[in-house]
Design a protein around this ligand. Structure first.
Ligand code: AMP
Ligand code: ZN
Length: 468
């Protein structure tokens, strides 16, 4: 299996350190509002990663973290706390906001049929361990205290700039991080923040005799240490995490525990909408609910995401989403044809239909269809190539079962065989056509269409399909 490793900027052959288990950690969402489709894109890519590892017979041990704690709106340990902002907006407590949006996130997660992680952690459950980590960093001489918090001294960590290939000499104060005049270096970051007297910050824990809360990179280092142990095999996140969040995670963890944090780092690129960044000011923040209101299932969106590659920037348009929806329907109708193929009456028609323009599988290679699909995914998660293989192969129901296992598109579950009552109607309609009773035939066709079934008449009989 080959994956692009941000650590080396190379495509490398992946194998876990311990052959029995792949340890994976995914930085999760900050739960203060509905996630948009760009946020979910990353979890779809990592779902493909997990399913591909499983298809390679690896056992996966994966943590998905949820940031439910004071997490500031800029990378610079400054700005508004996102949860406080959500609480003010909705007249709720920060804890209610976190609980509500965790449920909301997981509802969307399930609707995309994403494999459940082995454990979902909440950052606020690890404060004690956070404090131990800050203590350890302080003991090892990596921190200094300022009026507003405890800071990590990036100058003491020799490889700080390596991961993101940062040019620290030319790092302008205010360019990557807002300038804090007291910090020793612009890239230094808070591992713990103090709450000033008079400041209303509902999430607070006592440390060093004062109320405060963890710096926002800390939770990932703490949770990886507590739940998985360094080094993990794969750490995933969005490309926005490379220069600050992941750089700081590496610095804290490696300074504290003297070992590599993760062997592989996978980063997904961003989704733009009609060529623009997803942002409130442009009014282009779409949620999964917005897509549903426009007649798209979350799985149509998953289909669209899997048509592309996690390392490419993707431009979302509703036209392209509609095309992905049609492609998914087309696949479901190929499954519907397989149900009909079991009936002798239709078997001739079926083979003619399915074979139309499609290469017989035996001509491809002697390998099983599943192996061919997995080969494509093992090539740095090339789902687009796997999809064209699906388009161009004659498949059995068992093959479609494998496709569902690999992509979680619910093709079979969303394509039930139709009830006998509808099959009887199809027969009655055929009889009416034979009897040249076209008024009845038309009436029955309308009734079938009302049940989302369309009928195609062929010389050997009628075939049903799901309506677009
Ligand atoms: P947040 O909840 O703000 O921490 O966002 C979670 C993660 O979603 C971000 O860190 C990114 O990795 C990812 N993300 C945000 N916007 C996009 C986007 N437009 N396309 C892809 N991923 C995104
Ligand atoms: Zn993280």
């Amino acid at each position: 299996m080959k994956l692009y490793n941000t650590l080396t900027r190379k495509i490398e052959t992946f194998a876990p350190e311990n052959k029995d288990e792949v340890k994976i950690y995914t930085c999760g969402p900050t739960v203060y509002s509905h996630p948009h489709i760009g946020n979910y894109a990353s979890y779809i890519y990592w779902d493909l990663l997990i399913r591909t590892l499983t298809a390679n017979d690896y056992k996966v041990n994966r943590i998905l973290n949820i940031t439910d704690v004071g997490h500031l709106s800029s990378d610079a340990d400054e700005g508004e706390d996102k949860l406080e902002k959500g609480a003010a907006r909705e007249h709720k407590t920060v804890w209610e906001i976190a609980d509500y949006y965790i449920k909301d996130f997981l509802k969307g997660y399930d609707s995309l049929n994403l494999v459940k992680p082995n454990k979902i952690t909440r950052a606020t459950d690890y404060i004690e361990q956070d404090i131990k980590l800050v203590d350890l960093l302080t003991k090892k001489g990596y921190t200094y205290e300022l009026e507003d918090g405890v800071y990590f001294n990036t100058d003491h960590f020799a490889h700080y700039a390596d991961f993101a290939k940062l040019d620290l000499k030319h790092l302008q104060a205010g360019a990557r991080v807002e300038f804090n005049t007291s910090k020793l270096h612009p890239s230094d970051f808070a591992v713990w923040k103090f709450i000033k007297s008079g400041e209303t910050h509902a999430m607070r824990w006592d440390y060093l005799g004062r109320p405060g809360y963890p710096g926002w990179h800390l939770e990932c280092s703490t949770i990886i240490h507590t739940e998985l142990g360094e080094p993990i095999d794969i750490h995933t996140g969005g490309i926005d995490h490379i220069p600050v969040h992941h750089t700081n995670e590496i610095a804290q963890s490696e300074a504290a525990f003297d070992t590599k944090l993760s062997r592989f780092w996978l980063h997904c690129n961003f989704i733009t909408i009609d060529g623009n960044k997803i942002s409130k000011s442009l009014g282009n923040i779409y949620t999964l609910e917005d897509l549903k209101e426009r007649g798209f299932s979350p799985l149509d969106f998953k289909m669209w995401i899997l048509q592309g590659h996690y390392q490419s920037e993707r431009n979302f348009t509703f036209d392209d989403l509609a095309a992905a929806k049609r492609r998914r329907l087309n696949w479901r109708n190929r499954i519907a044809l397989l149900y009909q193929a079991d009936e002798n009456k239709h078997s001739n028609t079926f083979s003619k239909r399915v074979k139309l323009g499609l290469a017989p599988l035996s001509a491809l290679e002697k390998k099983s269809f599943e192996c061919l699909l997995v080969d494509n995914l093992n090539d740095n998660l090339n789902s687009a190539a796997a999809f064209s293989l699906i388009d161009n192969s004659e498949l059995t129901l068992a093959d479609w079962q494998k496709i569902d296992e690999l992509f979680g598109l619910n093709l079979i579950d969303d394509t039930p065989d139709i009830p006998n009552s509808l099959k009887d109607l199809i027969k009655q309609r055929e009889q009416a056509r034979t009897d040249k009773d076209f008024a009845i035939a038309d009436k029955i066709r309308q009734e079938l269409e009302a049940n989302n079934i369309i009928i195609n008449d062929t010389p050997t009989g009628s075939i049903w399909e799901y309506k677009a």
